[in-house]
Design a protein around this ligand. Structure first.
Ligand code: SF4
Length: 402
């Protein structure tokens, strides 16, 4: 038998049919089962299981948002080994943005969300951050403001000698809607010590998010993968997020979305090439199956690269994130993905994945923009609608009919 034929046969062999049946039935899986899926399950079947789970949750719709990322400064007190975004004062690539420029950059009637995250530096202290949120809220009342990672919340709290809760309450009162998920990296003390020991570790990351959830503030969570983490650490990261969600959902809010971020090696010396697309798809699929209490999985195209992000929409992801103009962090780290996508291209990419494209709000409400949908339909050779697509709302029916 040729190697190719042997491979085809082995791909048909499911390692544990009983586990497969439990997954199909929607049962929760353990860490050891997740590891088996991640390391040994045939990729096509893993993707099919995760895609089925995604469809049960979200139908054949894949969403995106028109958003902008604002990174007020890249100057940072820390020197995380994986980070090529950060600078020290005086570095050629160091920069500090001014409020007037940030406010002006958000003057886009289509904009639904601003995502604010940056370096930790006294020039952009808590008072200034608070003032920025107030100004954005006053200038753009409808904009969803997703601002400051758990790492920044902790930095503000330390600098102002306040608790996380006090910092979060003031930001919320100023107009902040939610927290982004950055700063988790891998919830492993070993990785923490190895790559970013000066920055907050796993326990504090989870604790800040749980503090926000207890206050009714929704947040996202992330994973930076494809560097020194082991498969076991990666799976444990997912299990820790699921356990945290269980703890706070019953009496607060929780994580709205999980965003796996593929490590961009750049000049870090940690590794020399991007992690493979197949590895990325395995992470997305296993995340969808483990995180049964987190509604959304994002395919974050600036780190996955566009082709893999589009493929991820049939491996468990339900959201292509956003148009993300002005994103600096991954591009300073060497990401070759495009820098900001327009709405029409989002429509095209999602349709190419066989999904129904839908704009969304910052809180994941689905939005219908008939004019934009018509423009997209004119541009895109429309793929056949999935045979068993069932419209579950008037919005989906409208868009499916375009
Ligand atoms: S990852 Fe964040 S905290 Fe670490 S150096 Fe980069 S900007 Fe600073």
């Amino acid at each position: 038998m040729s190697q190719l034929a042997q491979h085809a046969v082995s791909e048909r062999n499911i390692p544990d049919p009983a586990l497969r049946a439990r997954i199909v039935a929607g049962e929760r899986i353990s860490a050891s089962e997740a590891l088996l899926l991640f390391q040994h399950w045939p990729l096509h079947d893993l993707g099919a299981l995760a895609f089925a789970r995604k469809r049960a949750l979200h139908g054949d719709v894949a969403t995106f948002i028109v958003n902008k990322q604002v990174n007020p400064t890249n100057i940072c007190v820390h020197s995380c080994k994986f980070c090529e975004f950060a600078a020290k004062p005086g570095d050629a690539h160091a920069y500090v943005l001014e409020e007037d420029d940030i406010i002006a950059s958000l003057a886009d009637p289509d904009l639904a969300e601003v995502h604010i995250v940056g370096g930790l530096w006294k020039t952009w202290n808590f008072e200034r951050a608070l003032g920025l949120v107030r100004r954005i809220r006053a200038t753009y009342p409808a904009l969803w403001i997703k601002a400051f990672t758990a790492v920044e919340i902790d930095f503000f709290a330390k600098c102002t000698k306040q608790t996380w809760q006090q910092v979060l309450a003031q930001l919320r009162d100023a107009g902040m809607d939610g927290l982004p998920g950055g700063g988790a990296e891998v919830l492993s003390e070993r990785v923490h010590q190895e790559l970013y020991k000066d920055k907050m570790g796993p326990d504090k990351y989870v604790a800040v998010h749980e503090a926000a959830h207890e206050m009714g503030i929704t947040t996202n969570c992330t994973l930076l993968f494809g560097h020194i983490e082991t498969d076991e650490e990666l799976v444990d990261h997912l299990i820790q997020l699921r356990a945290s969600q269980d703890r706070t959902l019953a009496h607060g809010t929780g994580f709205e979305a999980f965003i796996p971020l593929a490590f961009q090696p750049g000049e870090t010396g940690i590794r020399t090439s991007l992690i493979s697309p197949m590895h990325c798809l395995r992470v997305i699929a296993v995340a969808r199956l483990v995180l049964d209490n987190i509604p959304h999985i994002k395919a974050y195209w600036p780190t996955l690269q566009m082709e893999t992000a589009v493929a991820a929409l049939t491996f468990g992801a339900d959201d292509l994130d956003g148009t993300i103009e002005q994103e600096r962090i991954m591009h300073l780290a060497g990401s070759g993905a495009g820098r900001g996508l327009n709405v029409e291209l989002m429509f095209r990419l999602i349709r190419d994945a066989g999904q129904v494209p839908m704009r969304r709000s910052g809180r994941f409400d689905r939005l219908m923009e008939p004019a934009k949908a018509a423009v997209a339909a004119a541009m895109v050779p429309s793929p056949a609608a999935p045979k068993d697509f069932v419209a579950t709302s008037a919005l989906e029916a409208d868009l499916a009919a375009v």
